[in-house]
Design a binder for this molecule. Structure first.
Ligand code: 5GP
Ligand code: ZN
Length: 108
């Protein structure tokens, strides 16, 4: 999609560093991090939001990317959150999975 900011990132128009890349997805740092680690994992193909995602291959790649990034950023030990906004609550209309951490752990 020509005007989509995340499609432009996928095409390399901003020289964004990819922390993960395979046939279906790329991952890169969020420009306004809410946590010390805040990474976005997005499909290379333009999909507006989660409810419109059709390809299982994309989800499989998202799983691989997020699991690797959890490990590389020590988030298994320190806590993480995966967030997907949709239904109009998202700012960017190109599906993206937020991976954030570390997270505070509940006191039990
Ligand atoms: P949403 O609210 O749509 O779930 O989140 C969109 C996210 O994309 C926000 O956290 C925002 O900081 C991030 N973002 C928006 N534009 C850009 C950009 O051009 N580059 C990067 N790396 N992140 C962006
Ligand atoms: Zn797009």
């Amino acid at each position: 999609m020509d005007s989509c900011i995340f499609c432009k990132i996928v095409r390399g128009e901003f020289d964004t560093e990819f922390l993960y890349e395979d046939e279906y997805v790329v991952a890169f740092k969020d420009i306004h991090p809410q946590k010390p680690v805040h990474i976005l994992v997005i499909p290379k193909e333009h999909v507006k939001e989660f409810s419109q995602l059709k390809k299982d291959e994309v989800l499989s790649s998202v799983r691989k990317a997020i699991q690797l990034l959890i490990s590389e950023n020590d988030l298994q030990e320190n806590g993480y959150r995966i967030e997907v906004n949709g239904g109009g609550s998202q700012l960017v209309d190109h599906l993206h999975f937020h991976l954030m951490g570390p997270m505070e752990k509940p006191i039990v």
